[in-house]
Design a protein around this ligand. Structure first.
Ligand SMILES: Cc1cc2nc3c(=O)[nH]c(=O)nc-3n(C[C@H](O)[C@H](O)[C@H](O)COP(=O)(O)O)c2cc1C
Length: 210
C-alpha cells in the first residue's frame, strides 16, 4: 500500500461546544494530505452555526460543498458521509480507516459509544474502530462532568480509547482564541502521529523566555 493510500482518517463533529476545534483539525488533516471521512451530527450543525456562523446543510453533498468553500479548496480529499450511510467505508471493519477522532465530542456521543449503540454512522464508525483495535480519540467537552460522564469515559479509556478533554493549556502564552484552538489541535495531531508545528513545544522555546 502506498504511503498516501494509508493516510485516511475518520473525523466526526458532534454537538458539543468547540466547533472551531473541529474545523481547524479538519483543515490541518487536509493540509497534511489525509483523506478525511467527515461525519456531522445534527446537533453539530446547530453548534457550528451558533459558534462559528457556518451554516452546514443537512445533505452530505451540500455540506461537503459548503465546507470546501469555507476551507478554500482540498475538495478531492474530503468525503462527507450521511448519518445513515451504512455503505460508507467507515461502517465496516473491512474498509474503515484505522484512526478516528470525534472533535468536539458531546457527552451524549460518549455515552452512545460506551454502550455500543451504533445507531448512527458516528457511533457505528467508533464501534468499528474499537473492535478493529484502531485508534479512537474523543475530544470531550462538558463541564462539570457528572459521575455518569466519568464512568463512560473510564470505561472507554480502559478499552484503549484516548479521552482528550477540550482543555487548552496556557503555558504557551496564548494571545488569541486561535492560539487556544491551535493548542488543542496540536495535541490531537501529536497523538495521531501527524507532523505539526502549530505551537512551541514544552522545554524548547520556553527556555528562551525565562
Ligand atoms: C450551542 C450548543 C452547545 C452545546 N454544548 C454542549 C457541550 O459542550 N457538551 C455536551 O455534551 N453537549 C452540548 N450540547 C448539547 C448536545 O448538542 C446535545 O446533547 C445533543 O443531543 C448531542 O448530540 P450528538 O452527540 O449526536 O451531536 C450543546 C448544544 C448546543 C446547541
Amino acid at each position: 500500500m502506498s504511503q498516501s493510500a494509508k493516510k485516511r482518517i475518520t473525523l466526526a463533529f458532534t454537538g458539543a461546544s468547540g466547533a472551531p476545534y473541529g474545523l481547524r483539525l479538519l483543515e490541518c488533516l487536509l493540509a497534511a494530505d489525509y483523506t478525511v471521512y467527515l461525519l456531522i451530527s445534527s446537533a453539530a450543525r446547530v453548534v457550528m452555526a451558533t459558534e462559528h456562523g457556518l451554516k452546514l446543510p443537512s445533505g452530505p453533498e451540500a455540506a461537503q460543498k459548503a465546507l470546501v468553500e469555507h476551507l478554500n479548496g482540498h475538495s478531492e480529499k474530503l468525503i462527507v458521509c450521511g448519518k445513515e450511510d451504512w455503505f460508507s467505508p467507515v461502517a465496516s471493519g473491512s474498509a474503515a480507516p484505522k484512526q478516528m477522532v470525534v472533535c468536539p465530542c458531546s457527552a451524549g456521543t460518549v455515552a452512545s459509544i460506551a454502550h455500543g449503540m451504533s445507531d448512527n454512522l458516528i457511533e457505528r464508525a467508533a464501534d468499528v474502530v474499537m473492535k478493529e483495535r484502531g485508534q479512537l480519540l474523543l475530544v470531550v467537552r462538558e463541564t462539570p462532568f457528572s459521575t455518569l460522564h466519568l464512568e463512560n469515559m473510564h470505561k472507554l479509556s480502559q478499552m484503549g480509547v484516548t479521552i482528550m478533554p477540550a482543555a487548552p493549556g496556557f503555558y504557551h502564552q496564548p494571545t488569541s482564541i486561535d492560539d487556544l484552538i491551535d493548542f488543542m489541535v496540536a495535541r490531537i495531531l501529536d497523538h495521531l502521529g501527524v507532523e505539526q508545528g502549530l505551537v512551541p513545544r514544552w522545554g524548547y522555546d520556553q527556555r528562551d523566555q525565562n
